[in-house]
Design a protein around this ligand. Sequence first.
Ligand code: MN
Length: 263
Amino acid sequence: MIDFHCHLDLFANPQAAVSEVEAAGIYLLSVTTTPKAYAGTKALSASSKRIRTALGLHPQLVRDRHGEVDLFCELVGGTSYVGEVGLDGSSDHAGSLPLQREVLSRILRSCAASGGKIMSLHSRHASGELLELLQRHPGSGIPVFHWFSGPLGDLGRAVEMGAWFSVGLPMLQSERAGALIARIPRDRLLTETDAPFASTRDGLYPTSALRTTMAEIARHWKCDADEVRRGLLRNLTRLAEEKRKGAIIKRTIASRREATSLS
Ligand code: MN
């Protein structure tokens, strides 16, 4: 199983979560919310072969922690994975959007300068703006939209750009689940928990939520859960291959049109 967006360091008992992930044989991307948390979070899974740690600066923390972007730029050369980064335009955070844009631009530039990264992206109420920013930094790497909740038009543009998606239970249980899943290419989908913020109520690592997530995907794809499991593992392998080949963000028709009208 795959959990491509999980906050291992924020569990009440991170070591117990790591033990459960290990025992269940889960391939997991351990995202961080500040660059200062990166080293400690990486140490949590030092002996694990299936856990990778991503360097992050959560957009909801940018107002208070934007100064840590310097540390982000210092550390980025040492990892292939970045997250959680992105933009948040919801009412509580819209005020810091100008600062969020500035910080994310620096993050994307630093990713591009160190060869491109696999990036787990937060896009709540800001998917359109995030797409624009990604288009300006095509060498920043491979975007993986986590818990996409924006307009279907933006989802289409993200697909056109070559983006990937990690989906979890809250997304699959939403009213729009069918419409969203139908538009995500089957070979660019991964599963996630976003635990401990989602998928768990008891504060323990939610292995069963991943199983339910795969069963839900199987229902949408009209196939059995085992086929989903094999497909997702193939996807994970291909994502790493794309990264090695140096995949870049494709320009969408909309932005090409925009560029033409500006020239
Ligand atoms: Mn998250």
